[in-house]
Design a protein around this ligand. Sequence first.
Ligand code: NAD
Ligand code: UDP
Length: 327
Amino acid sequence: MDMRPVSRTILVAGGAGFIGSHLCTALLAQGHKVICLDSFQTGRHENVAALTEHPNFQLIEADVEQLPEVRERLDRVYNLASPASPPAYQADPVRTMMTNVVGTNNLLALAEAKGARLLQASTSEVYGDPEVHPQPEGYTGHVNCNGPRACYDEGKRAAEALCYDYLRADRVDVRVARIFNTYGPHMQCDDGRIVSNFICQALSDQPMTIYGTGEQTRSFCYVTDMVDGLMALMELGETPDAPVNIGNPGEFTILKLAELIRKVAPTDARPEFHPLPKDDPKRRRPDITRAKALLGWAPRVPLEEGLKKTVPWFAEALGRTEPASNR
Ligand code: NAD
Ligand code: UDP
């Protein structure tokens, strides 16, 4: 029997972003051909610079809303194309909604035409400000459909609806991952999310900006654990008939996160309290019973360990962007 691993052609929409760039790297390492399609709205060339020399890597600069013709055969499509940080997705909310609805529909149609399987990067934001804790996939959520987060939350909810319409009609083999807060190298200092904000503030001795009292919670997953979970869901033999939460159930207040980051990146930065943004969820923690049972997957990197891998990467990135006179 031929035991060589299968080499597939895989399109990663949003592949130049934070999670997407790690996914492209992991897929190339498994011997697959990777086509990274990205508009660079929030992604960066730097994230995939090391991959561009790889013979199995191809980069297409395009928007999923105006998908170009893809001539290659495709076996798999990962849809990660969407801004993910609240300031980024709120900067052009109509575009965010359209990226998630029109873009996802375009990728589903492409997957159908190619006979490819599609994994949709959904989000814990579909649960909104949850009244059920921790959040299992069966919880239908508590989302404000006309607030400032709605462009993203409702865009992702509509994208899930599209995915299951294609699946029920037997048009595309679809898998939906509900991703919880993820962190690691390749996030951007100015992207506005909590882990990158705190690390960059600590490293540059700037005040650490705490929104509200800091007693709200999040559960943080290290990026390599996330990529392993996404790939396991994509390659699962049987198609699950419902979404799967992928995240780390370790739950931390924002104050505790600040304390941990100060431990890993000793700093003179002091806390600075700011108003809590509207509709900011109070608690968030994934119930990963389904991921464990279906995929045999569970996160392996605890928060403090993940921060120890992340801080040096940011220190180097900050060094690179320092004015030449300071180097
Ligand atoms: P990111 O912003 O770093 O990456 C998103 C990528 O998509 C970027 O490279 C961006 O340029 C690209 N993109 C955006 N709009 C596009 C468009 N219209 N056409 C083509 N490309 C487009 O964010 P990330 O953290 O890597 O998130 C990746 C995916 O995972 C997103 O779909 C996000 O909603 C989802 N997600 C992430 C988290 C998290 O904590 N990181 C949590 C939940 C869900
Ligand atoms: N937050 C904060 N300071 C910051 C950035 C974020 O206190 O500089 C808070 C934010 O209000 C939220 C939590 O940290 O309660 C996580 O925010 P993030 O934007 O990273 O993710 P999301 O709210 O989408 O889970």
